[in-house]
Design a binder for this molecule. Sequence first.
Ligand SMILES: NC(=O)c1ccc[n+]([C@@H]2O[C@H](COP(=O)([O-])OP(=O)(O)OC[C@H]3O[C@@H](n4cnc5c(N)ncnc54)[C@H](OP(=O)(O)O)[C@@H]3O)[C@@H](O)[C@H]2O)c1
Length: 468
Amino acid sequence: MKKIEPCTLVIFGAGGNLSRRKLLPALFRLEMAKRLPDNVTILGCDIALRQHEEWLDWVAGVLRPIYPQGIDEAALQRFCARLHYFATPLGDDAAYLRLQQLLENESSEFHPNVMYYMSVRPSEFPKIVEKLGGVGLLKEKNGWRRLVIEKPFGYDLLSAQTLQASLYRHVNEPQIYRIDHYLGKGTVQKGRADYYEGAGALRDMIQSHLLQLLALVAMEPPVTMSAEHLRDEKVKALKAIRPITQNSVHAHAFRGQYTSGTIDGVAVPGYLEEPGVAEDSTTETYAALKLFVDNWRWAGVPFYLRTGKRMAETCSTICIRFKNPPQDLLKHARHGPPQPNWIMLGIQPNDCLKMEMQVKVPGLDLHTRTISLDATYRKEGDEDYDAYAGLLLDVMQGDHSLFLRIDEVETAWRVVDPVLKVWSMERDFINGYQAGSWGPRGTYRLFDRDDQFWRHSLNPEGAELQAY
Ligand SMILES: NC(=O)c1ccc[n+]([C@@H]2O[C@H](COP(=O)([O-])OP(=O)(O)OC[C@H]3O[C@@H](n4cnc5c(N)ncnc54)[C@H](OP(=O)(O)O)[C@@H]3O)[C@@H](O)[C@H]2O)c1
């Protein structure tokens, strides 16, 4: 276990949604597990003016409801002792000078290793970095300075490069930790339509999270588990993705938007009826891509990525379908087409590993059936932490393995940019799909062969090639 260095964690946007739902609860879990050294302090920054006591009450009000059986009062007391608040009202540029005084004056109670977490809207990232840089708060003098940038990193290749250039004015690459954690679920339902309307499923999920998963599946084993070796291999896999030209967008990409439907027996509105969504919006709530990784190992193997909101089931999975053997020796012993073998990784809601194989049925005749091996490796009593707890510790330890390097981000944008361009020009029509279904009709046209289709779920019946 690597040592966690003492540090000051400054959260910009500490009063916002991400901080409330993820960051503060994750930090409190670490407190309960005694994983935070004594000299870690947490300075919440937000634009609202709040007194110290008010801030402690606010944080306790966020944490208590998470433990309806009663919160660990001793841990809460220890946690509150780490908390501080500092207001950075909009337009008050002198606030950053006061922040510099607070953090860096000789009698400062804050440790000089500082990690700045940008939990604010993306348009604020460069502004805050510019102000921090302007008062010298990003210079590594007597301690390190690390910058955690939330997703999305840009909204296309050009804007990502512009954002990067603005960061490089004040920090260098090893100081930057670009988070890419899958939290997309429920953004629309939670009144964040303003964000989603401008982003859509391709940007929100595929450019970041799904291409990361593709890179992890397709990459060669790294030389070591060091962050740079790992990221080198991921970039190689991403760079090998065959570019989608604007002319071939329709053969490689499909988008859709949910209409009203039923989920778990409850009627739900369509996307256009959601609050904050424009009545003629063509923002996609479903996106699917077919990609090829043109390298020695994966030549000719299609990779299908899809993401959708309001689907029949909420889950994240990776399903690897083996090719059928070149000669079907059992074709006379079977009714119907051959069934493939599968390896499947469940990511959400449960992490698990499953295999499905065709085996001979014992007995005198030559019949086959599917057997399923469920290698769920989680045991009762295993520690269960939200990913943010691990990521926050990684930053405190200076471990970049799970954070994106700029060349990964740029390569991922290069993959989706042509699709975004074509879709942004086609504003007249978008395919609909009923909420609670498995997505729009018509995605079959992405598949090269009749026996290929989405694997809808990890259950055996998910293997049936059904459209809905
Ligand atoms: N929430 C999620 O589930 C989620 C998931 C993935 C990624 N993210 C990313 O995380 C970031 C934060 O998202 P969020 O949902 O927490 O947004 P949010 O609810 O709008 O929270 C941002 C907070 O920052 C405050 N703020 C605005 N400008 C500021 C400034 N210059 N200095 C300090 N505080 C400032 C806001 O105050 P006002 O409200 O008064 O403006 C608000 O309290 C975004 O980049 C988002 O893309 C969020």
